[in-house]
Design a protein around this ligand. Structure first.
Ligand SMILES: Cc1ncc(COP(=O)(O)O)c(C=O)c1O
Length: 474
């Protein structure tokens, strides 16, 4: 007799083995594959044509269809030559952990229902706390990503302090600006602190803005600093900001979604000095700590403030409040039902050991420093901001061209990398002008990949020198 929605064991294994083969193949042949390309409109049109599937289909056939029609369209953000955004180099152990957590459908909201996972999440969060230099008594939880981590922290700050103004910089991640609106903090309560010449929050300006607000009767709620901006990799002056926040009774939140991962680096940790003084920190293990997506983490200096903001009583949850259970994570964040995200971080840290993570982070920084050296010695390029926490910005050097022509070329080069597929580099804007931005965090990216990337950029710069449509074939 067939059981509804259950495959026989042999079929489960057949499907599971095919899925494992698919991932192993993806990871071991990546280098020979293109990074990605523009979407194929015909393929997508075919996908839109799907009908509601009333009848069953062989599961391996379904998976093959997904591989052929769906996964073939993706830009590989985990490719060693994906040098755009913040890359997503994942790891196989983390992916298996996600599979296991989903396969057993671990409900990681309640200590009584999943005590072992609750202890493990607590331990893993504590490892991250120690790495960030936060004191005992700090704690937090795994969440979907960096944005959510920051919004949870800002909400905890608001419950603790009451309403007030939030201070960000022009280089605070846009998802946070958007998220403040989602928390009901409208633009009238958000102050954008100017940047210094290194694109860091200008401390003096912050002091002035805090004083002006105070005179107007607006108390501070929170300062959102960034440890590793997405645009340039700059780290706001955390130590000085901690002083200013202490003097003004403001909560200091540090968005370390991308850059705080560098606490692992003996050599570069000093760049994050002051991180341990924050009231809260957002981390994003799905960026530079090599986890599959949906692994963010929020740490709060006094974890009881998370509980004050999120603890939930409900008559149908009463039995889970037994005294001897480790922790109800639903009391620390907005999710009741939540998956066992800590498992991927825990399993991969245990499997590879922290030293492997340390070397991988240092490797990324070294790659971008190498790119900077190469571009500095090449007459075709101009460095705009130097290598900082694995981010570098630059543009084509064309002394004979007016700035808007250089800007047009900059954008054409980035667009051409997507069509080309050998490497992916995108742009950001600094002082109103586009710049090429390279971010290298993949442990398998080699110096030769970086050299190839620069050769490709040289080639695409030459092919796209003119803005005529015929030039843009590559
Ligand atoms: C500095 C910084 N903060 C926040 C985010 C948003 O993180 P997530 O996309 O995980 O929500 C990013 C993403 O790139 C980031 O670089």
């Amino acid at each position: 007799m067939t059981i509804p929605l259950r495959l026989p064991p042999a079929e489960m294994r057949r499907l599971g083995h095919r899925a494992a083969d698919l991932v192993v193949e993806h990871l071991s042949t990546q280098r020979t594959q293109p990074v990605g390309g523009p979407p194929d409109p015909e393929l997508l049109a075919g996908l839109f044509d799907s009908r509601l599937p009333d009848a069953p289909t062989d599961p391996v056939d379904v998976l093959e269809e997904v591989v052929r029609d769906v996964l073939a369209t993706i830009v590989r953000t985990d490719h060693p030559r994906f040098l755009a955004y913040v890359p997503g180099p994942s790891n196989y152990v983390g992916a298996v952990a996600d599979f296991v957590a989903a396969g057993l459908n671990v409900f990681a909201g309640q200590g009584l229902v999943a005590p072992g996972p609750a202890v493990m999440e607590r331990i893993t969060v504590d490892w991250l706390r120690q790495l960030c230099g936060l004191p005992d008594g700090a704690g937090g939880l795994f969440v979907s990503g960096g944005t959510m981590a920051t919004l949870i922290a800002v909400h905890a700050a608001r419950v603790h302090h009451g309403a007030g103004a939030v201070y960000v910089s022009a280089h605070t991640h846009r998802s946070i600006r958007r998220g403040l609106g989602f928390l009901g903090i409208d633009d009238a309560r958000v102050r954008v602190v100017p940047l210094d010449h290194r694109y860091r929050m200008e401390v003096h300006e912050l002091r002035t803005m805090l004083a002006t607000d105070r005179r107007a009767g607006v108390p501070p709620l929170c300062v959102v600093a960034t440890a590793g901006t997405t645009g340039t990799g700059a780290v706001d002056p955390l130590d000085e900001l901690a002083e200013v926040c202490a003097e003004n009774g403001a909560w200091l939140h540090v968005d370390g979604a991308y850059g705080a991962a560098a606490v692992l680096s003996e050599q570069h940790r000093h760049l994050l000095a002051g991180l341990g003084r924050a009231d809260s920190v957002a981390l994003d293990p799905h960026k530079w700590w090599f986890q599959p997506y949906e692994a963010g983490c929020v740490l709060v200096r006094d974890v009881s403030l998370l509980e004050a903001a999120f603890a939930m009583e409900a008559e149908y949850l009463r039995e889970t409040r037994a005294d001897d259970v480790p922790l109800n994570f639903y009391d620390l964040g907005p999710q009741l039902t939540r998956s066992f995200r800590a498992l991927k971080m825990w399993m991969s840290m245990r499997t590879f050991g922290l030293d492997a993570f340390r070397r991988a982070v240092d490797h990324g920084i070294g790659l971008v420093e190498h790119a900077e050296q190469m571009l500095r010695t090449s007459p075709g390029w101009e460095i705009v901001t130097p290598a900082q926490l694995a981010v570098l910005t630059f543009r084509p050097a064309r002394s004979g061209l007016p700035p808007d022509a250089v800007d047009g070329l900059t954008r054409r080069i980035a667009a051409a990398t997507l069509r080309d597929g050998r490497v992916l580099v995108t742009t950001t804007e600094l002082d109103g002008r586009p710049v090429l931005r390279l971010c290298a965090t993949h442990p398998e990216t080699s110096r030769a990949d970086i050299e190839q990337a620069i050769d490709v950029l040289d080639e695409l710069a030459a092919a796209n020198a003119s803005d005529s449509p015929e030039a843009a074939t590559r």
